[in-house]
Design a protein around this ligand. Structure first.
Ligand SMILES: CC(C)(COP(=O)(O)OP(=O)(O)OC[C@H]1O[C@@H](n2cnc3c(N)ncnc32)[C@H](O)[C@@H]1OP(=O)(O)O)[C@@H](O)C(=O)NCCC(=O)NCCS
Length: 234
Protein backbone atom coordinates (compact mmCIF):
# COMPACT_ATOMS: atom_id res chain seq x y z
CA UNK A 1 0.00 0.00 0.00
CA UNK A 2 1.46 3.42 -0.91
CA UNK A 3 1.88 6.08 1.76
CA UNK A 4 -1.19 8.11 0.78
CA UNK A 5 -3.56 5.12 0.64
CA UNK A 6 -2.52 4.22 4.16
CA UNK A 7 -2.96 7.81 5.38
CA UNK A 8 -6.53 7.78 4.04
CA UNK A 9 -7.47 4.96 6.35
CA UNK A 10 -5.98 6.53 9.49
CA UNK A 11 -8.08 8.50 11.98
CA UNK A 12 -6.85 11.23 14.33
CA UNK A 13 -8.50 12.08 17.65
CA UNK A 14 -7.69 13.51 21.07
CA UNK A 15 -6.74 10.78 23.52
CA UNK A 16 -8.47 10.24 26.85
CA UNK A 17 -7.46 8.63 30.12
CA UNK A 18 -9.08 5.39 28.92
CA UNK A 19 -6.42 5.29 26.13
CA UNK A 20 -3.52 5.24 28.65
CA UNK A 21 -2.86 1.50 28.40
CA UNK A 22 -2.72 1.63 24.59
CA UNK A 23 -0.19 4.49 24.78
CA UNK A 24 1.95 2.61 27.30
CA UNK A 25 1.95 -0.49 25.09
CA UNK A 26 2.82 1.51 21.96
CA UNK A 27 5.69 3.18 23.82
CA UNK A 28 7.04 -0.19 25.00
CA UNK A 29 6.93 -1.53 21.44
CA UNK A 30 8.68 1.51 19.92
CA UNK A 31 11.27 1.79 22.70
CA UNK A 32 12.24 -1.86 22.26
CA UNK A 33 13.27 -1.14 18.67
CA UNK A 34 15.21 2.13 18.91
CA UNK A 35 18.27 2.44 16.67
CA UNK A 36 20.24 3.95 19.61
CA UNK A 37 19.33 3.59 23.31
CA UNK A 38 19.83 7.31 24.03
CA UNK A 39 17.34 8.28 21.30
CA UNK A 40 14.56 8.19 23.90
CA UNK A 41 15.00 7.10 27.50
CA UNK A 42 12.04 5.57 29.29
CA UNK A 43 10.42 7.83 31.92
CA UNK A 44 11.02 7.00 35.61
CA UNK A 45 7.23 6.57 36.01
CA UNK A 46 5.69 5.69 32.65
CA UNK A 47 2.12 5.55 33.95
CA UNK A 48 2.32 8.95 35.61
CA UNK A 49 4.02 10.51 32.57
CA UNK A 50 1.34 9.20 30.22
CA UNK A 51 -1.55 10.13 32.53
CA UNK A 52 -0.23 13.72 32.91
CA UNK A 53 -0.27 14.11 29.13
CA UNK A 54 -3.83 12.81 28.82
CA UNK A 55 -5.18 15.41 31.21
CA UNK A 56 -7.15 17.94 29.23
CA UNK A 57 -7.61 20.08 32.34
CA UNK A 58 -6.65 23.72 31.83
CA UNK A 59 -7.64 24.47 35.42
CA UNK A 60 -4.61 22.50 36.67
CA UNK A 61 -1.23 24.22 37.07
CA UNK A 62 0.61 21.94 34.66
CA UNK A 63 -1.34 19.68 32.32
CA UNK A 64 -1.22 18.08 28.93
CA UNK A 65 -3.07 16.68 25.98
CA UNK A 66 -2.33 14.03 23.38
CA UNK A 67 -3.44 13.21 19.87
CA UNK A 68 -3.70 9.60 18.77
CA UNK A 69 -3.61 8.13 15.28
CA UNK A 70 -5.68 5.00 14.78
CA UNK A 71 -5.77 2.33 12.10
CA UNK A 72 -9.19 0.84 12.84
CA UNK A 73 -9.17 0.50 16.64
CA UNK A 74 -5.41 0.14 16.84
CA UNK A 75 -3.34 3.07 18.14
CA UNK A 76 -0.42 3.38 15.68
CA UNK A 77 1.04 6.77 16.66
CA UNK A 78 0.59 9.50 19.23
CA UNK A 79 1.95 12.93 20.06
CA UNK A 80 1.89 14.68 23.43
CA UNK A 81 1.68 18.35 24.27
CA UNK A 82 2.63 19.61 27.73
CA UNK A 83 1.33 22.89 29.12
CA UNK A 84 3.57 23.62 32.11
CA UNK A 85 2.83 26.38 34.59
CA UNK A 86 5.27 29.33 34.66
CA UNK A 87 6.55 28.30 38.08
CA UNK A 88 6.98 24.62 37.18
CA UNK A 89 10.75 23.92 37.53
CA UNK A 90 10.37 21.44 34.64
CA UNK A 91 9.19 24.23 32.31
CA UNK A 92 11.85 24.12 29.59
CA UNK A 93 11.61 27.88 29.08
CA UNK A 94 13.71 28.24 32.25
CA UNK A 95 16.59 26.63 30.33
CA UNK A 96 16.44 28.59 27.10
CA UNK A 97 16.03 32.07 28.55
CA UNK A 98 13.86 35.07 27.78
CA UNK A 99 15.40 35.65 24.33
CA UNK A 100 13.58 32.49 23.23
CA UNK A 101 10.41 32.59 25.31
CA UNK A 102 8.92 33.44 28.67
CA UNK A 103 7.73 30.45 30.74
CA UNK A 104 4.08 31.54 30.48
CA UNK A 105 4.22 31.37 26.67
CA UNK A 106 5.86 27.95 26.42
CA UNK A 107 4.34 24.60 25.46
CA UNK A 108 6.26 21.33 25.43
CA UNK A 109 6.27 19.01 22.41
CA UNK A 110 6.65 16.26 24.95
CA UNK A 111 6.82 13.01 23.02
CA UNK A 112 5.79 11.53 19.70
CA UNK A 113 6.04 7.91 18.65
CA UNK A 114 5.06 6.06 15.50
CA UNK A 115 4.93 2.26 15.23
CA UNK A 116 7.73 1.06 12.91
CA UNK A 117 5.32 -0.18 10.19
CA UNK A 118 3.71 3.26 10.01
CA UNK A 119 6.92 5.33 9.95
CA UNK A 120 8.06 7.15 6.83
CA UNK A 121 4.72 8.90 6.20
CA UNK A 122 5.43 12.19 7.99
CA UNK A 123 3.03 11.45 10.82
CA UNK A 124 5.30 13.27 13.27
CA UNK A 125 5.22 16.39 11.09
CA UNK A 126 1.43 16.28 10.80
CA UNK A 127 1.10 15.79 14.53
CA UNK A 128 3.42 18.73 15.03
CA UNK A 129 1.05 21.03 13.11
CA UNK A 130 -1.86 19.93 15.28
CA UNK A 131 0.09 20.39 18.52
CA UNK A 132 1.31 23.79 17.47
CA UNK A 133 -2.28 24.87 16.70
CA UNK A 134 -3.50 23.51 20.04
CA UNK A 135 -0.68 25.26 21.90
CA UNK A 136 -1.64 28.55 20.27
CA UNK A 137 -5.31 27.99 21.14
CA UNK A 138 -4.25 27.57 24.78
CA UNK A 139 -2.27 30.81 24.70
CA UNK A 140 1.20 29.26 24.30
CA UNK A 141 2.99 30.79 21.34
CA UNK A 142 6.33 29.04 21.66
CA UNK A 143 6.73 25.27 21.27
CA UNK A 144 9.80 23.69 22.87
CA UNK A 145 11.14 20.20 22.26
CA UNK A 146 13.95 18.25 23.88
CA UNK A 147 15.91 15.94 21.56
CA UNK A 148 18.73 13.42 21.96
CA UNK A 149 21.82 14.10 19.86
CA UNK A 150 21.26 10.59 18.44
CA UNK A 151 17.67 11.22 17.34
CA UNK A 152 18.27 12.32 13.76
CA UNK A 153 14.74 11.66 12.42
CA UNK A 154 12.97 13.56 15.17
CA UNK A 155 15.34 16.55 15.02
CA UNK A 156 15.12 16.62 11.24
CA UNK A 157 11.31 16.65 11.37
CA UNK A 158 11.22 19.39 14.01
CA UNK A 159 13.69 21.55 12.08
CA UNK A 160 11.79 21.03 8.83
CA UNK A 161 8.83 22.62 10.61
CA UNK A 162 10.85 25.65 11.70
CA UNK A 163 12.14 24.70 15.14
CA UNK A 164 15.71 25.80 15.86
CA UNK A 165 18.32 24.43 18.25
CA UNK A 166 18.58 27.15 20.90
CA UNK A 167 20.23 25.39 23.86
CA UNK A 168 22.29 22.30 24.56
CA UNK A 169 23.03 20.83 27.96
CA UNK A 170 22.31 18.06 30.42
CA UNK A 171 18.76 17.40 31.60
CA UNK A 172 18.35 14.69 34.24
CA UNK A 173 21.85 13.48 33.36
CA UNK A 174 21.09 13.16 29.63
CA UNK A 175 22.74 15.27 26.92
CA UNK A 176 19.94 17.02 25.11
CA UNK A 177 19.30 19.78 22.57
CA UNK A 178 16.37 22.12 23.09
CA UNK A 179 14.55 23.22 19.97
CA UNK A 180 12.15 26.13 19.83
CA UNK A 181 9.97 27.99 17.38
CA UNK A 182 8.02 31.19 17.41
CA UNK A 183 5.14 30.84 14.92
CA UNK A 184 3.77 34.32 15.71
CA UNK A 185 6.98 36.10 14.76
CA UNK A 186 9.24 33.54 13.04
CA UNK A 187 12.93 34.20 13.62
CA UNK A 188 15.12 35.08 10.64
CA UNK A 189 18.78 34.11 10.27
CA UNK A 190 21.79 35.36 8.37
CA UNK A 191 22.97 32.32 6.41
CA UNK A 192 26.15 34.06 5.21
CA UNK A 193 28.99 32.42 7.14
CA UNK A 194 26.71 29.62 8.41
CA UNK A 195 28.63 26.72 9.94
CA UNK A 196 27.92 23.02 9.52
CA UNK A 197 28.48 20.86 12.60
CA UNK A 198 28.10 17.11 13.13
CA UNK A 199 24.92 16.62 15.18
CA UNK A 200 26.87 14.47 17.68
CA UNK A 201 29.57 17.13 18.21
CA UNK A 202 28.61 18.30 21.67
CA UNK A 203 31.57 20.69 22.24
CA UNK A 204 31.21 22.65 18.99
CA UNK A 205 27.45 23.03 19.41
CA UNK A 206 27.87 24.21 22.99
CA UNK A 207 30.48 26.83 21.96
CA UNK A 208 28.36 28.11 19.08
CA UNK A 209 25.18 28.34 21.15
CA UNK A 210 26.99 30.13 23.97
CA UNK A 211 28.33 32.56 21.36
CA UNK A 212 24.80 33.42 20.15
CA UNK A 213 24.49 31.07 17.16
CA UNK A 214 21.36 29.02 16.53
CA UNK A 215 20.97 25.62 14.88
CA UNK A 216 18.69 26.39 11.97
CA UNK A 217 18.54 23.39 9.64
CA UNK A 218 19.41 19.74 9.49
CA UNK A 219 21.22 17.84 6.76
CA UNK A 220 21.21 14.10 6.35
CA UNK A 221 24.65 12.47 6.08
CA UNK A 222 25.55 8.88 5.09
CA UNK A 223 26.11 7.95 8.76
CA UNK A 224 24.15 10.42 10.88
CA UNK A 225 23.36 14.08 10.33
CA UNK A 226 24.70 17.61 10.50
CA UNK A 227 23.20 20.86 11.74
CA UNK A 228 23.71 24.25 10.13
CA UNK A 229 24.31 27.06 12.64
CA UNK A 230 23.68 30.72 11.84
CA UNK A 231 23.30 34.05 13.61
CA UNK A 232 19.89 35.55 14.19
CA UNK A 233 19.00 38.72 12.31
CA UNK A 234 17.80 41.31 14.80
C1 LIG B 1 10.80 10.05 15.32
C2 LIG B 1 9.54 9.40 14.72
C3 LIG B 1 8.34 9.79 15.56
C4 LIG B 1 9.38 9.92 13.28
O1 LIG B 1 8.38 9.16 12.66
P1 LIG B 1 7.74 9.56 11.23
O2 LIG B 1 6.74 10.62 11.37
O3 LIG B 1 7.30 8.29 10.60
O4 LIG B 1 8.99 10.19 10.48
P2 LIG B 1 9.37 10.04 8.95
O5 LIG B 1 10.04 8.71 8.75
O6 LIG B 1 8.18 10.35 8.10
O7 LIG B 1 10.44 11.19 8.78
C5 LIG B 1 11.77 11.00 9.14
C6 LIG B 1 12.56 12.13 8.52
O8 LIG B 1 13.86 12.12 9.09
C7 LIG B 1 14.79 12.06 8.05
N1 LIG B 1 15.98 11.37 8.54
C8 LIG B 1 16.15 10.07 8.81
N2 LIG B 1 17.41 9.86 9.20
C9 LIG B 1 18.03 11.05 9.17
C10 LIG B 1 19.36 11.49 9.45
N3 LIG B 1 20.32 10.65 9.80
N4 LIG B 1 19.64 12.82 9.35
C11 LIG B 1 18.69 13.71 8.97
N5 LIG B 1 17.42 13.33 8.67
C12 LIG B 1 17.12 12.03 8.78
C13 LIG B 1 14.10 11.32 6.93
O9 LIG B 1 14.75 11.56 5.68
C14 LIG B 1 12.72 11.94 7.00
O10 LIG B 1 12.69 13.23 6.46
P3 LIG B 1 12.20 13.54 4.94
O11 LIG B 1 10.87 12.90 4.78
O12 LIG B 1 12.18 15.04 4.89
O13 LIG B 1 13.23 12.94 4.05
C15 LIG B 1 9.68 7.85 14.68
O14 LIG B 1 10.87 7.53 14.01
C16 LIG B 1 9.70 7.21 16.06
O15 LIG B 1 8.66 6.86 16.62
N6 LIG B 1 10.91 7.03 16.61
C17 LIG B 1 11.09 6.40 17.92
C18 LIG B 1 10.58 7.27 19.05
C19 LIG B 1 11.20 8.63 19.05
O16 LIG B 1 12.41 8.77 18.96
N7 LIG B 1 10.36 9.66 19.14
C20 LIG B 1 10.81 11.04 19.14
C21 LIG B 1 11.17 11.52 20.46
S1 LIG B 1 9.81 11.46 21.58
Amino acid sequence: MDQYSLLQQLRFRMLELSDAQAVIELRAQVLAQLAHPDQYVVEPDEEQFVATHLHLQPQLDSWGASIGVFDGCRLVAYAMLGIPSSSDPENLAHRVGALVTLPGAAAHLASCMVLPNYQGRHLQRNLLHIRSALAKAWGRDCCLAMVSLHNHSSRHNLMREGLCVSWIGEIDGLRRQLLACNPIQPWAFDMRGAQKVCSLDWQSQQSLLEDGWWGVSSEREPHGSSIWFARKLS
